[in-house]
Design a protein around this ligand. Structure first.
Ligand code: ATP
Length: 239
């Protein structure tokens, strides 16, 4: 297993938010995480990325225990993370954003690395354009290009299709498929859109109330009685 966690528990005060979560991803595999609102998906991504320390449990990267390793060190090991909102530096041009990303790496990456990364995600915009004026899909592509030039081994993604429509979702789908299949990146993906999950994930885990209640292939995971109950009850409560 390339990247995994083992028996993760998380409490906020006395409140348990994650209870005994174990999962992992292989190189070139896409693992999906779904679950109703408040299930603990984002909290788990925060723990996997190193932004939050779990109350209990371990995170393992290529067999090494990285539980105590902070976010920036995990990034150097090859872990990358994207967020639900594609926040870019509004006052910098696309070229300046890419340059800042190149210079955040030691030794500095070259403009060839940046161009290569832009090509991988199909980012074709005027380099002088202000990043703040990009629409959602190109913001996501720019942020992904900044990560890809570091050649990550593992990518953690929180709702990469949020704010996208139709053909744009298909484009993200193709990019993620390419990263996994051609570049061998292990991807852990939190996503509400089940069609995206079904299209690209090999396995899906379902969280509910901080517990892992099912793990299966995407087209089978909703056959599990606990998964149906979690979604049905949530829908009923919301009605
Ligand atoms: N810093 C925090 N302090 C206290 N409680 C928190 C904190 N962060 C999250 N929670 C609680 O933990 C639970 C899980 O939240 P989390 O955001 O991980 O769920 P989620 O599955 O990502 O939900 P959504 O799909 O709505 O984004 C929620 O009940 C939330 O209110």
């Amino acid at each position: 297993m390339l990247f995994s966690c083992d028996n993760i528990h998380m409490h906020f005060g006395a409140r348990p938010v994650l209870q005994g979560i174990s999962l992992g991803v292989h190189a070139g595999e896409v693992l999906g995480i779904v679950g109703p609102n408040g299930a603990g998906k984002t909290t788990l991504l925060e723990i996997l990325s190193g932004r939050t320390k779990p109350t209990q449990g371990r995170v393992l990267f290529e067999g090494q225990d990285v539980t105590a390793m902070p976010l920036h060190q995990r990034a150097r090991c090859g872990l990358a993370r994207t967020y639900q909102s594609p926040v870019v530096p509004e006052q910098l041009s696309v070229d300046q954003v890419l340059k800042a990303a190149r210079q955040a790496f030691t030794p500095y990456l070259t403009s060839h690395h940046a161009q290569w990364a832009c090509d991988q995600v199909g980012l074709a915009v005027n380099p002088a354009q202000m990043a703040g004026s990009l629409e959602t899909l190109n913001r996501r592509k720019l942020l992904l290009a900044c990560l890809l030039m570091r050649k990550p081994k593992v990518l953690l993604m929180d709702e990469p299709a949020a704010g996208l429509l139709g053909a744009e979702v298909d484009e993200i789908d193709s990019i993620l498929r390419y990263l996994a299949q051609q570049m061998g990146v292990g991807i852990i993906l939190v996503e509400h859109r089940l069609e995206l999950m079904t299209a690209i994930a090999q396995r899906v885990v379902v969280l509910d109330g901080g517990e892992l209640i099912a793990e299966d292939k995407p087209h089978r995971v909703f056959d599990h009685p606990r998964v149906r109950a979690a979604y049905f009850e949530t829908a009923q409560e919301a009605a």
